[in-house]
Write a protein that binds this ligand. Sequence first.
Ligand code: SAH
Ligand code: SF4
Ligand code: F3S
Length: 484
Amino acid sequence: MDLNELPAAPARGEVGQAGAAPRAARKVFIKTYGCQMNVYDSQRMADALAESGYVPSETPDDADLVLLNTCHIREKAAEKVYSELGRIRRLKTERQRAGKEMLVGVAGCVAQAEGQEIVRRSPVVDLVIGPQTYHRLPDVVARARGGARVVETEYAIEDKFEHLPQPRPDRVAGRGVTAFLTVQEGCDKFCTFCVVPYTRGSDVSRPVAQIVAEAARLAEGGVRELTLLGQNVNAWHGEGPDGSEWGLGRLLFRLAEIPGLARLRYTTSHPRDMDDALIAAHRDLPALMPYLHLPVQAGSDRVLKAMNRRHTAADYLRLIDRIRATRADIAMSGDFIVGFPGETEADFAATMEIVRRVNYAQAFSFKYSPRPGTPGADLPDQVPEPVKDERLQRLQRLLQEQQRAFAVALVGRTIDLLVEKPGREAGQVVGRSPWLQPVIVDEKAGRIGDIVPVRIMSAGTHSLFAEPAPPATDQARGGARRDD
Ligand code: SAH
Ligand code: SF4
Ligand code: F3S
């Protein structure tokens, strides 16, 4: 899933540390591109910088430090960084004329992939830092303030999560009632189109105790819904307190015990790592939301093989049958790539067919983008751009119809809503359905952080509209209300 241009939500920083002399606050502006893991990383970077006196800024204009947390997944995503650096260059010149500081840093997957090249191509950049070294960010910033141009992209031997400051509940409060938590990072699967194994490194699972401690702090700060993140989140494994081997299903049960956490999600899963325990958790764990992002990418076995996905279309459909047999109301979400090298019209028809068979509640679809250094980029039979465009349009039309049908089917039903924030119009609040759709309702329905029954009245293009409702008795609620 790709959420380009998500604004980072930097932590409410505090100036100085307890006992230290107060320092003039410096400001940091973080712009986040790419996936949810980058959103999470931006938050951790903001927390780390808060310890050295940086407070968040809403704009780059008055920032002493501008950080771009970048994405390398498709060509367009990576290009955005250089055009943004062009704009920042002008800002930096203006600030320097006024005798003020502005350090510019590039973090994230472009930083990891291009390293030195960024500093060479963009004189405006003072520091480059890869995702595996974020715990060194305060030190890197200090060195850059001293005048060095720093490129830090070596994989650290130490565990960055051990060295990053824990999110403080007082800083978490105010960020919102939903949060991300990375439990697994990196990937060893090497799909032939994908840069992630090169930008995020190999598959690493964080230990149980570290995850539980972080989740508890987030819950103390008011978080009600937690989304566990990983490039292959369902490959997560760890050792439980009793020494036994845990998979993601077992971890979800443990996290559901944390007071205050009412909803759990995880993303992104790989079809090959959906084990029985995780599937069973969708039946047995009320806090686990009935929504599953399980990308298939393509429907043709020939293309799946060329992509090195290591499963067939039939394997994927059988898996979905098993999941739906366990939890009938689960909503499926997916990612698709059209125009992978060698994709014929018949191959593309197989993608359309798998979409019809699965019936997705939500999906993300992309034109294949050849990425330097990946095997796919060197394959013969690259598909011409106009063909990709046309296939993408057809696919998106079908996916949109399915998404719309899924939303419309909820009209008239009572569902549980987690109230997240004030709405755009006075007197309204916005929250999320169990299936991740934004829902708009009168503020009388509940306060922020409450989970309340609402009746869906209509379905708009992007949101559902609801009215407060008495508690439901039907099966439509998709998820338990705990402690409300
Ligand atoms: N780990 C996840 C995917 C992470 S990348 C998985 O295995 O499913 C997120 C999505 O970006 C992918 O699912 C894929 O649909 C898309 N993507 C990745 N590389 C791409 C490329 N080179 N061109 C177009 N889309 C790509
Ligand atoms: Fe990329 Fe494939 Fe790994 Fe997903 S499983 S991150 S698509 S290499
Ligand atoms: Fe992009 Fe890196 Fe995420 S390439 S999608 S930011 S893992």
